[in-house]
Design a protein around this ligand. Structure first.
Ligand SMILES: C[S@@+](CC[C@H](N)C(=O)[O-])C[C@H]1O[C@@H](n2cnc3c(N)ncnc32)[C@H](O)[C@@H]1O
Length: 188
């Protein structure tokens, strides 16, 4: 199992609440923007689905859509299952355990693919992109949501301090300092 998978197994319990806390609730808005990019799509693959937030936002917003969420972390998926196993979502969202680098789907299957805060955590991003291209229908959309370091000379140092120092510090109160340090360091 890659190191990142055990890392996400470890932080799964507090993942949703810490995301909301660290981003001041902005994470939900960012996911909404991501889903807007794939409007009109019916069958969607959400890679690195984690606790299922993008999958849920997608079926809420896109009428008649169905989502398959895939993620290697059993713990993240178990939280996703709890949220998705309800009357509203049961027939619309399926969850699969697996890696972006080796997608267990046939060629040309999906109208759209989403991946939020996940591409940088894959072991091999290029192989993951090749797999996305393989399972995506011709003319389909890949929508990627990811962090980056701001270019603004005033804002960049504040952001870097917040992201690289403050987040791991808060993570330490949840027993996850090392994990949040990795997540901060993996942003470029
Ligand atoms: C930061 S979380 C993002 C979860 C979710 N997309 C969200 O919006 O909150 C990153 C996810 O990527 C998953 N992941 C790590 N390596 C992966 C890989 N090789 N293929 C697919 N997902 C992977 C982790 O298990 C974790 O659930």
């Amino acid at each position: 199992m890659p190191e990142t998978t055990s890392l996400f197994n470890k932080i799964a319990k507090h993942y949703d609440s810490l995301n909301t806390l660290f981003s001041f609730g902005m994470d939900k808005l960012w996911r909404k923007k991501l889903v807007e990019q794939i409007s009109g799509s019916h069958l969607i693959l959400d890679i690195a689905t984690g606790t299922g937030e993008v999958a849920i936002e997608t079926v809420k917003k896109l009428d008649g859509s169905r989502v398959i969420g895939i993620d290697p972390s059993a713990q993240m998926l178990s939280f996703a299952k709890k949220k998705c196993d309800t009357i509203q979502y049961r027939d619309k969202i399926s969850l699969v355990q697996g890696y972006a680098e080796d997608l267990p789907f046939e060629n040309d299957k999906f109208d759209a693919i989403t991946i939020a805060f996940g591409i940088r955590n894959t072991v091999n991003p290029l192989q993951s992109l090749k797999e996305m291209n393989r399972v995506l229908k011709t003319g389909g959309i890949v929508a990627i949501l990811e962090f980056t370091i701001p270019k603004n000379a005033i804002f960049a140092p504040i952001y870097l301090f917040y992201f690289k120092k403050f987040l791991p510090f808060i993570g330490s109160f949840f027993g996850s300092k090392k994990e949040y340090k990795y997540l901060s360091d993996s942003t470029s």
